[in-house]
Design a protein around this ligand. Structure first.
Ligand SMILES: NC(=O)c1ccc[n+]([C@@H]2O[C@H](COP(=O)([O-])OP(=O)(O)OC[C@H]3O[C@@H](n4cnc5c(N)ncnc54)[C@H](OP(=O)(O)O)[C@@H]3O)[C@@H](O)[C@H]2O)c1
Length: 162
């Protein structure tokens, strides 16, 4: 099983200044990411690895796609996405960023997308368009703004059409 987990703004914004444009303003999204990815093999691009502090995420097999070894203990380096899939011992979670999502989306079975009800004009990194002929929305859970979350958002699951 291979899945993408991503959060995006209304214009598919995912990154700005080496961070997510909303940074840590959506606490429940961070909790959801941890819940969905724990016990799995997480695959990320080198810039995303930098953005999380060049440290492995606990309770997950960490695989960084890069042309250079990371040299960080507890992290495997793969020179290509295909090599990363081959190293994965568990279900695969592709966790960004923009380059890796664009390369990986056609290989996925499921997309877990946090659709944030806001625009982020400062964004420089975007998620590819989700092709509605290939993907079917199978669940959607709405969350309003509250003390833990600065924006309203939906947790949406897309499954590949058969
Ligand atoms: N909103 C979200 O859910 C979310 C999730 C994750 C990340 N992000 C954001 O996305 C941004 C980072 O995305 P990004 O597109 O700039 O970078 P990225 O995809 O995280 O990393 C790009 C790097 O990965 C390596 N790479 C990518 N494709 C490769 C391939 N096919 N073969 C070998 N190496 C490959 C290269 O590393 P080398 O140069 O070392 O070879 C490349 O420079 C940040 O702002 C981050 O906060 C957002």
């Amino acid at each position: 099983m291979k899945m993408i987990i991503v959060g995006m703004g209304k214009n598919r914004e995912i990154g700005a200044n080496q961070d997510m444009p909303w940074s840590r303003a959506l606490r429940d999204d961070l909790i959801n990411f941890k819940k969905l990815s724990s016990g799995k093999s997480v695959i990320m691009g080198y810039r995303t690895f930098e953005s999380i502090g060049k440290k492995p995420l606990p309770n997950r097999q960490n695989i960084v796609v890069s042309r250079e070894p990371t040299g960080v203990e507890g992290v495997l380096t793969a020179y290509s996405l295909e090599a990363a899939y081959a190293l994965a011992q568990y279900d695969v979670v592709v966790m960004g960023g923009g380059q890796i999502y664009a390369d990986a989306i056609d290989d996925m079975d499921v997309l877990y997308v946090t659709e944030i009800d806001a625009e982020f004009p400062e964004a420089t990194v975007f998620f590819p368009k989700i092709d509605q002929t290939k993907w079917q929305e199978t669940s959607r859970e709405h969350h309003e703004i509250d003390e833990r979350n600065t924006y309203a958002f939906d947790f949406v699951k897309y499954e590949r059409k058969v």
